[in-house]
Design a binder for this molecule. Structure first.
Ligand code: C2E
Ligand code: SIN
Ligand code: SIN
Ligand code: FE
Ligand code: FE
Length: 407
């Protein structure tokens, strides 16, 4: 065990190291390595909570690695699922969300709900004595996994974990939790990028002719409101990445309607309103959370708070929060931007229209949040302003350098 001051410094270093890992398996292995070193213990393993299961994800063990080498050990202790119940030690910690410091697993009082499962020890001849088991939580304090540290070692002998070990392990676990969630999101986004490219090529049968500034502004406005509403960082990021696809269904609307310079007649309007459902269909059935959120946003960003929107006439809080959020960001941006069918409107006029929509079109709480942050709104608008040359890029000159596009 290292000294207390040293361990605080060490925790800081570990936090920085963990935050730089991009791949989940590498991260879990690093967490286990650091846990072994911080606690001075023989082994460590990680379980993650997935639905109603506890999934054994990774382990490291001084004893097994010496005996069999790292590769054979990891091949032997492959991933497995177990029921999430208070009968197992890991399950108990996950469900109670508090750490257990067990000095000797053979002395667990019969009155406790959890029992040590000796199956692995018996099979491979290892002897587990002390266990320090901590919950890994997200920022909402929900348990996302469990870290088990096995057999504290002092002067070459197995001993118990101290109270101070427990404190350090708890701090370390919260760092590990943040790192695991960040890494999962990074992996998810990488996957989402591929997913999006794939979906866009399918959607290419459909199409559009705008700059990316509108969708960028909408994303930034939506994240700003989410942040002001104190959504956790993960939710703010999810909304930010999901919002850009809110109008993807416009790819299914004919140019004659989408690019019509004037107002739509009722028949055209009916077709135009299909863009929310088309978008949701393009995005449906993805297992990637960002895309799932995009689908909900595409479907619900034209619902209105008083139930007069489309396509489902959802009302109030029955409209998913992300749909209400993007509705607000989208309309404000549409009002303050030039469109083929209308001129840009001055900010005061746009704000007046937004205020008139409080409780009828918009969620009043979200609107207040937005209107209370106009400095930031302006900053975002200036940063992603539409410039004439941006539109020139979209013009078909007939002699483009296609090699340029390939780069
Ligand atoms: P968009 O241009 O991105 O507009 C998004 C939403 O902003 C509109 O949803 C509407 O709620 C709001 N909005 C836009 N301009 C104004 C305005 O001048 N006054 C007010 N009070 N609200 C405004 P909406 O109406 O469901 O329209 C969805 C999409 O349909 C629009 O997206 C646009 O692509 C198209 N669209 C709507 N009206 C027309 C039109 O008159 N002509 C053409 N060509 N397209 C239209
Ligand atoms: C348990 O936590 O009871 C199962 C894993 C282990 O034996 O350490
Ligand atoms: C949320 O759903 O995240 C916030 C509460 C709400 O506005 O529905
Ligand atoms: Fe839309
Ligand atoms: Fe839009």
């Amino acid at each position: 065990m290292i000294e207390k001051n040293e361990s605080v410094e060490r925790l800081l270093q570990v936090g920085i190291a963990l935050s730089s890992v991009e791949d989940l398996d590498t991260l879990l292995d690093l967490i286990l390595r650091e846990a072994q070193e911080l606690m001075g213990c023989d082994g460590a393993s990680i379980f993650l909570v997935e639905k109603n299961k506890l999934v054994f994800k990774a382990m490291r063990s001084g004893t097994y690695f010496r005996m069999w080498g790292e590769e054979k050990t990891k091949a032997t202790f492959k991933t497995f699922e177990m029921a999430l119940t208070k009968n197992s030690i890991a399950g108990y910690v996950a469900l109670t969300a508090s750490a257990l410091n067990i000095s000797d697993v053979s002395q667990i009082p019969g009155a406790e709900q959890y029992r040590f499962d000796p199956a692995f020890d018996e099979k491979y001849g290892y002897k587990t004595v002390s266990l320090l088991v901590t919950p890994i939580k997200n920022k909402k304090n929900e348990v996302i996994g469990v870290l088990e540290m096995i057999n504290a070692i002092e002067n070459g002998k197995v001993t118990r974990f101290s109270g101070e070990d427990k404190e350090i392990a708890e701090s370390f676990s919260s760092q590990a939790g943040v790192a695991i969630l960040n890494t999962s999101l990074t992996e998810q986004l990488r996957e989402a990028n591929f997913d999006t490219i794939f979906r866009l090529s399918v959607a290419a049968e459909y199409r559009d002719k705008e700059t990316s500034n509108h969708i960028k502004r909408v994303s930034y406005y939506a994240r700003m409101i989410a942040d002001k509403l104190r959504y956790c960082t993960e939710d703010c990021s999810l909304i930010f990445w999901a919002a850009p696809m809110h109008d993807i269904g416009k790819l299914g609307i004919p140019d004659s309607i989408l690019q019509k310079p004037g107002p739509l007649d009722p028949e055209e309007r009916k077709i135009m309103e299909k863009h929310s459902v088309i978008g949701a269909k393009v995005l449906k059935d993805s297992k990637v959370p960002v895309i799932q959120k995009s689908k909900v946003i595409a479907l619900t960003h034209h619902e209105k708070y008083d139930g007069t929107g489309y396509p489902m006439k959802l009302k109030g809080l029955a409209i998913p929060a992300e749909g209400r959020l993007v509705a607000l960001a989208d309309v404000f941006d549409a009002l303050t931007s030039k469109r083929v069918y209308k001129a840009q409107m001055p900010e005061e006029q746009a704000i007046k229209i937004m205020k008139e929509g409080s409780g009828s079109h918009f969620d009043p709480e979200m609107l207040d949040c937005f209107l209370g942050s106009l400095d930031e709104v302006r900053e975002i608008r200036d940063k992603f302003e539409d410039k004439p040359e941006d539109f020139d890029k979209l013009k078909d000159t007939g002699n483009e350098d296609l090699g340029e596009l390939l780069k």
